[in-house]
Design a protein around this ligand. Structure first.
Ligand code: ATP
Ligand code: MG
Length: 561
């Protein structure tokens, strides 16, 4: 959908309202704020397209901000992967920022809050603090340390920073209201002690700021005008604003937090923590396993950035959480690959065909169009000879009238080639068909212009010449989970729904034009689906990932509804 043709989403409407009310367009600024604790997934793609899309629409800067306040879970590997994925999706950030760049500023502001008696050091166990927190219907209890003097708080907080205390012995809390209806306002923790090296600040710090204390202040430092996050942060908005009240200069832009619904995709999980489990437990072969809903997995699977952007655009943003069927994602990649992928022939489950009236030892090269959707893609030559492979499922000894493939006594056209007729077949001792003997009509060559070449037969099959075909490893993927929402089942862990048959590895046979391909190249294997060259490929053995089959299951789902 083009930018102008669709109606404004509710975030854009909100921004329009702000502009109408006098907010200056030149002060618009956005950010995409991943925590570098894993690889980005398809849910993040929605957030990326939203934030960077707003940047493009309003010609406003968008920062890439790493929310790196938890050294226990964050790594440089994840920072690098995130940058690569955002770039690959086709977006450019204005500046690369890190919450850890603001540790000193955040510390100074915390000291200011202590001085104003708005923060205090609590020295209870986390269990005691949790107990005093109360419940949504029951007010909390004040900590016995709540009324420590400013001097004592300053001394303790400095001691925390200087590494004088063990983890878990003290925290810094905002002094707000233990009776607030909003549990998050009941003296939230601002800092905890963590004796951990950070991937950027190393051992400079042994206290780390919490998300709520960090996020809004980072937005403010960067002068982000609209800070968009997912719905679970709605109850945090009050706290976001409370913290901003403490530091905001009225002459500057005051960031606004607004929420949109998390996107969930069917038959998978979109949570870095859960995806990390799949990697750690060896259910998949890494974050970029083509079965993963990560951007890197989808890229390796053969998805294009355009198809992911189109998908994100079409589903748009919502105010309520919902589940998007994975077949809609597949619809978008199929649609894009149909336009751009060169067509080739490959046979996945080979059945030998012998053309008995084609001279032994003879070969010829047939002209084959590369992409009927794109004339400029030109054509290539494919070799034809007496012995071919077709798909096992394309031949039956006998079949009814609706079977438009090869059966004894009837004809089909070989794609780009001749019309053949099945005369007889051979079976092994178990009754499996091992070879089909055919005759061909020498005058029926496609594109030759002869009357026979124009003769219409019902079926067209793909094939490869056995002598010329190259054996390739083909990885066929299925849904990673058997349940459409594996992580929303009562009393069941999402790991219980792993599909044991999500990967099938077979040897297929491809036409020789594929000899020279490189990792990442995408093709349509005619009549089968879209395939992409995997980086595991070597000079000796090419590996293809099936991106998606040709058949559209999304249309079927639409019809049913
Ligand atoms: P995860 O649980 O997968 O780690 P997260 O929200 O903790 O997700 P962040 O790295 O904090 O991950 O997310 C960066 C941004 O992407 C945030 O603004 C977050 O709200 C948004 N985001 C994360 N997951 C989704 C999703 N499924 N749909 C839409 N936006 C998302
Ligand atoms: Mg997070």
């Amino acid at each position: 959908m083009s930018e102008t043709s669709r109606s404004l989403n509710f975030i854009e409407q909100l921004i329009e309202e702000d502009l109408e009310n006098g907010f200056s367009k030149k002060d618009l600024r956005f950010r995409f704020p991943p925590e570098p604790n894993g690889y980005l997934h398809i849910g993040h793609a929605s957030s990326i397209c939203l934030n960077f899309g707003l940047g493009l629409r309003y010609d406003a800067p968008v920062n890439l901000r790493f929310d790196d306040t938890n050294p226990a879970k964050e790594e440089q590997e994840f920072v690098d992967a995130i940058k690569k994925d955002v770039k690959w999706l086709g977006f450019e950030w204005n500046t690369e920022r890190y919450a850890s760049d603001y540790f000193q500023q955040l510390y100074d502001w915390a000291v200011q809050l202590i001085k104003e008696d708005k923060a205090y050091v609590d020295s209870q166990s986390s269990e005691d603090m949790a107990e005093q927190k109360g419940t949504p219907t029951e007010v909390g209890k004040e900590s016995p340390y709540r009324n420590r003097s400013v001097e004592e708080n300053l001394k303790l907080f400095e001691g925390m920073k200087n590494g004088n205390f063990e983890e878990g012995t003290h925290v810094l809390r905002a002094k707000i209201d233990m009776a607030s209806d909003n549990m998050l306002m009941r003296d939230p923790i601002m800092y905890r002690i963590l004796h951990r090296a950070h991937h950027r600040t190393n051992t400079d710090w042994c206290i780390y700021p919490m998300y709520d204390w960090t996020h809004g202040e980072s937005d403010y430092i960067e002068q982000v005008s609209h800070s968009l996050c997912t719905l679970e942060f709605l109850p945090h908005r009050e706290l976001y604003n409370w913290f901003l009240d403490e530091v905001c200069d009225p002459a500057k832009v005051r960031p606004k937090q607004r929420e949109f619904a998390r996107r969930n995709l069917s038959h998978t999980v979109v949570s870095k923590r859960k995806l990390a489990q799949l990697v750690e437990k060896g259910v998949v072969n890494g974050w970029d396993d083509p079965r993963m809903p990560t951007i890197s997995g989808l890229r390796r699977r053969g998805y294009t950035p355009e198809s992911l952007r189109n998908f994100a655009d079409i589903i748009g943003i919502a105010k309520r959480d919902n589940l998007i069927d994975v077949s809609l994602l597949e619809f978008h990649v199929r649609e894009h690959l149909n336009k751009i992928s060169p067509r080739v022939m490959g046979v996945l489950n080979p059945l030998k065909v012998v053309i008995t009236n084609y001279p032994e030892g003879q070969e010829e090269w047939l002209d084959a169009e590369n992409n009927p959707e794109d004339e400029s893609a030109g054509s290539r030559q494919v070799p034809f000879s007496r012995e071919l492979y077709i798909e096992q499922e394309d031949f039956k000894e006998e079949a009814n009238k609706k079977f438009f493939r090869l059966k004894l006594g009837s004809e089909v056209r070989l794609k780009n080639g001749y019309i053949i007729k099945a005369e007889s077949c051979t079976k092994d001792t178990d009754g499996n068909i091992t070879e089909v003997q055919c005759t061909y009509d020498p005058k029926s060559k496609s594109g030759s212009g002869s009357p026979e070449s124009l003769r219409r037969v019902k079926g067209t099959l793909h094939w490869v010449s056995i002598a010329h075909a190259i054996p390739v490893e083909v990885r066929l993927y299925d849904r990673l989970f058997t349940h459409e929402s594996p992580d929303a089942q009562k009393d069941k862990d999402f790991m219980e729904f792993i599909n044991p048959d999500s990967l099938e590895v077979i040897t297929g046979y491809a036409e020789p034009s594929l000899k020279e391909v490189t990792a990442g190249e995408r093709f349509q294997f005619q009549r089968i689906g879209y395939f992409c060259v995997d980086p595991d490929s070597t000079a000796e053995k090419l590996v293809f990932n099936r991106t998606v089959g040709l058949r559209d299951s999304w249309a079927k789902i639409q019809q049913k509804n």
